[in-house]
Design a protein around this ligand. Sequence first.
Ligand code: SF4
Ligand code: SF4
Length: 457
Amino acid sequence: MKLFELSQEEIITKVRAAGITGAGGASFPTYVKLQSKPDTYIANGAECEPLLHVSQELMARYPELVVKGLLACMRATAAEKGVIALKGKYKESLASLRAALARVGNEARQELPITIHELGDFYPAGDEHVLVYEVTGRRVPQGGIPIAVGVVVNNIETLINVARAVEEDLPVTSKWVTVCGAVKRPVTARFAIGTPMAKALELAGGPAVDRYVAIDGGPMMGKLVKDLSAPVAKSTGGLVVLPAENRWAELLSAPIEVSLKRARSHCIQCMNCTEMCPRYLLGHRLKPNRVMLEASYRELEAPHKFEMALACSECGLCEAYACPAGLTPRRVNATLKAELLRKGIRPSPVELREPDPARGFRKVPTSRLKARLGLDVYDHVPEFVEEEVVAEELTVLLKQHVGAAARPLVKQGDEVVTAQLIADLPSDKLGVPVHAPVSGVVTHVDDRAIRIRRGNG
Ligand code: SF4
Ligand code: SF4
């Protein structure tokens, strides 16, 4: 295996050159994670967002790439232990991964230092703080990241991209996405980066209702899509369609001013949001009921008074499941967080409380969450489409990652070939290069995106 012949630096260089970022939503450049020194490396296969099936499909179909990607990351960081964490209910993925561990171990002539951890079927099992605690028993500090306790976490598709980069020098040019919810034909398919969301929806047969909202990501943590011409990016994990009259869709669509007004008149300070909050249950000093009380009266004028909001993962459980009054503590927290970060306020170190003794009983089963949100009617395994889906014209964003935007290396009229480097940035800047997802002609370049028409123009 090539990965055993490479040095740590060579792996990190290949991962950066391939433009790999977290495929699970955060889109943090992966090469930066590989520069840290954890003792444990976790492959996050929890896929706890309802309705999404990308990680489950990839673990079942490409388990050797998952194992090799994890091994490459362990080698780059010198992590002693690797763990693939996935729900015990993903039987097919579990069987595939176990067989792959044996095969790759035989090929490498060694017992691999990788174990499988079976998670319960609750939400949000894939939240990094929750996952690290479930797998290692360690608690990531409030406002901190897993490396603070010697752990690095990567999403399954990210690890597959690492294996492809290390073994075959392949850059990231496509993204697996589940298109589901109120669509005629739910699918999990691989889209060329830059494919319009509308094309992804078309592959799924289009919306099954007249009035709908579309969500980029999972139904819990995704963002509303305002314009379906927006392109699939390296972090797009799902496209979920919900009828406009779905209660959850209505909550997501309401302006924040309405949320605050309702908080003032309807919040009964029952504390359900706090008692169900996964971060509070881990011992974080985050009390969404307090944030709601204060914010509804101060109208967000003094965000520095709400520093606890920075501990919120925006998992959405408080508003989707806990609040009996249909209020939106997550949205209020998210608004405050954005304001705090804009003002340069970062989390101050705080001592965690002991984990709540009731934590085990307060985990929310995914099936109950789906029923509460009216998503259970869409709970089907989407059809898997192997062949890559490519639109006639692609819009490739120059900033699909945390950090600085890449700078174009091509101009209008240039011909490009699949996987060609088309934008890059100096190696001392946080960020990753961008590659052409298809062969074709560059039709437009600006500081936001490069558009490419397939074929010869
Ligand atoms: S969204 Fe709500 S439940 Fe989730 S971490 Fe934030 S406050 Fe807690
Ligand atoms: S659960 Fe709802 S009503 Fe109860 S304290 Fe939280 S925001 Fe207020």
